[in-house]
Design a protein around this ligand. Sequence first.
Ligand SMILES: [Zn+2]
Length: 302
Amino acid sequence: MRIKNVLPVLIIFLMTLSVNAREKLKIVSTTSDLASIAREIGKDRVDIVSFSNGTQDPHFIEPRPSMIMKLKKADLVLLVGMNFDVWLEPLVANARNYKIKTGNSGYLDLSQGIKKLGIPQGKVDGSSGHIHPQGNPHYWLDPENVKVMANAITLKLIELSPVSADYFKANLRDFSSKIDRRIKTWQSTLKPYKNDKIITYHQSWSYFANRFNLDIACEIEPKPGIPPSPGHLQKVLQKINHNKIKAVLMEVFYDPGPAEFLADSTGINVVIVPNSVGGTKQVKDYFGLIDTIVNELAEGMK
Ligand SMILES: [Zn+2]
């Protein structure tokens, strides 16, 4: 074939490629959990990148220039909200992408529609290091909340790409019924420990504990984001002994030192789990995340 004949074919081929690429919605999420849920709904019609990977403390993500580049091209940003991923704000401001500015069509704060827990009474003094000034933002650890989040993502994807409305709706139905089935399994695994007390490191397990009927006696952190003093640890120690508490539940990225001290002093089991997708290698999606947490915790409470 002569070059004259090849060129038009090549041009048509490249145009088709670029049209297909353009059709995929470009989504940026602050956490790997939001990315996992959005992937279940958008599947092959979305391109998703998450700014945190589950192994880092997602309250404090270091901004990078590459993030601004991704935000410049994004059709949609997904965030946890409630001051959790407040580090996103300067990045969005620097990206100068009108679509994804607060309140615009490409900005979705998933905390809307969630029944929030832990809203502080009175004024919270930020200078003390308290990192939940708008209440507890760890709502994705309740799978019932994840259905609400998936619904909000579906409505947003339909708004941005109405041509795929039926596809997104069908994916939402599949996802929600899978969550319903799995909630039953998770509840039956934790049923023997109904109303049992646990200790947690950070105030991140309230929604999870409510869903699965566990009672959080106290946190190792005296306030969200504040490391424990020796005096506070003594109080936690007395609580463990007094209530014969079996397990400390904590995330992979926190310092295990204080929990190990409590384990040495009281014999309590330290259960270290991811609290986001990707927090350990095996946890590849939201279902794997709750599977791991539920199974490890049940093991630790035996
Ligand atoms: Zn937190």
